[in-house]
Design a protein around this ligand. Structure first.
Ligand SMILES: [Cu+2]
Length: 149
């Protein structure tokens, strides 16, 4: 009887934690996104606020395979749910020269280090991606600090 009771509790907890999606907010502050790095789980939502002169555009070669492109209109607060596990790099296109962008880690993809390395390789092939270098370096450092790498 006691065992069955415990089992029901576990089942209940398992179900509720699975159905719970979190929400994260990123604010545009000057020509930076804060926080610049967000770690989330598949199904979680990310909102970008305080976007009067900004937009979000994912970088084609720096998102998980099969991910739909995001490109928002200038000056609009937006929010998206991320389902595909992996590392997403995005930019504010008009402020890309000032390195305005950010990185999302969704879920727990295998070989995060390898993903970062492959994105760094893309930068060597395409100079317009150069601002992503600093973002990826900070991303790697933060994951190391959090014990995720
Ligand atoms: Cu901007």
């Amino acid at each position: 009887m006691a065992r069955r009771f415990l089992w029901s509790i576990c089942l209940l907890l398992g179900l509720t934690s699975q159905g719970y999606a979190e929400e994260f907010e990123i604010q545009a502050v000057g020509v930076k996104f804060a926080p610049m790095v967000v770690v989330l789980q598949p199904g979680d939502r990310v909102s970008w606020t305080n976007m009067p002169a900004h937009l979000i555009e994912t970088i084609d070669v720096m998102v998980p395979e099969g991910t739909e492109k995001i490109k928002t209109e200038m000056g609009v607060d937006v929010s998206f749910v991320f389902e595909n596990e992996g590392v997403y790099v995005y930019k504010c296109t008009p402020h890309w020269g000032a390195r305005m962008g950010g990185v999302l880690l969704v879920g727990n993809p295998s070989d995060i280090d390898g993903i970062i390395d492959s994105y760094m390789e893309e930068i060597k092939k395409d100079k317009s991606l150069l601002p992503a270098k600093g973002l990826l370096k900070k991303f790697r450092k933060q994951l190391q600090a959090q014990g995720l790498l």
